[in-house]
Design a protein around this ligand. Structure first.
Ligand code: 4NP
Length: 156
């Protein structure tokens, strides 16, 4: 059975679509397309149906990541069953996901992205939406580190 990962942030237009693209790139690089799949969602519906934030797309493409996902809201009725790992980008995302969980099995699927970092010092992926360029670069720096650790965890 394929392992499945869902990345979750607030709007699903900056951090979680980037996590999806970075992780997909690693899956492809390691030839694991038949074993691991991923998707992304937002805890809020503000940007549902929109492509990723243009600033996030520009920073990502410079590192070779094409952000193709369209924003959608996290669906507790479906996503807890569909995914093996449900990964929030910050503490608010994790708390919101925990509030939406309806069983211990659901709760046990919830992680924070920085749990998988090997470089210390980061305890969340900071929301870049209201900040400048540095924030978008920091998102990608932390995601590249965390995705390596996550891949090792998921592939077992
Ligand atoms: P994301 O960033 O959660 O990484 O997609 C945000 C996108 C939109 C908003 C906040 C954060 N917003 O307030 O609209």
């Amino acid at each position: 059975m394929k392992k499945s990962v869902l990345f979750v942030c607030l709007g699903n237009i900056c951090r979680s679509p980037s996590a999806e693209a970075v992780f997909n790139s690693l899956i492809k690089k390691n030839g694991l397309e038949n074993l691991i799949e991923c998707d992304s969602a937002g805890t809020a519906a503000y940007h549902e149906g929109e492509p990723a934030d243009q600033r996030m797309q520009s920073h990502a493409i410079r590192r070779g990541y094409r952000l193709t996902s369209i924003a959608r809201q996290f669906d507790p009725a479906d996503d807890f069953d569909r995914f093996d790992y449900i990964i929030g980008m910050d503490d608010d995302n994790v708390n919101d996901l925990q509030d939406l969980a309806s069983s211990e099995e659901d709760v046990n699927k919830i992680y924070k992205m920085t749990d998988f970092c090997s470089q210390g010092g980061h305890y969340s992926i900071p929301d870049p939406y209201y900040g400048g360029s540095d924030g978008f670069e920091l998102v990608l720096d932390i995601l590249e580190d965390a995705c390596e650790g996550l891949l090792n965890e998921v592939r077992g």
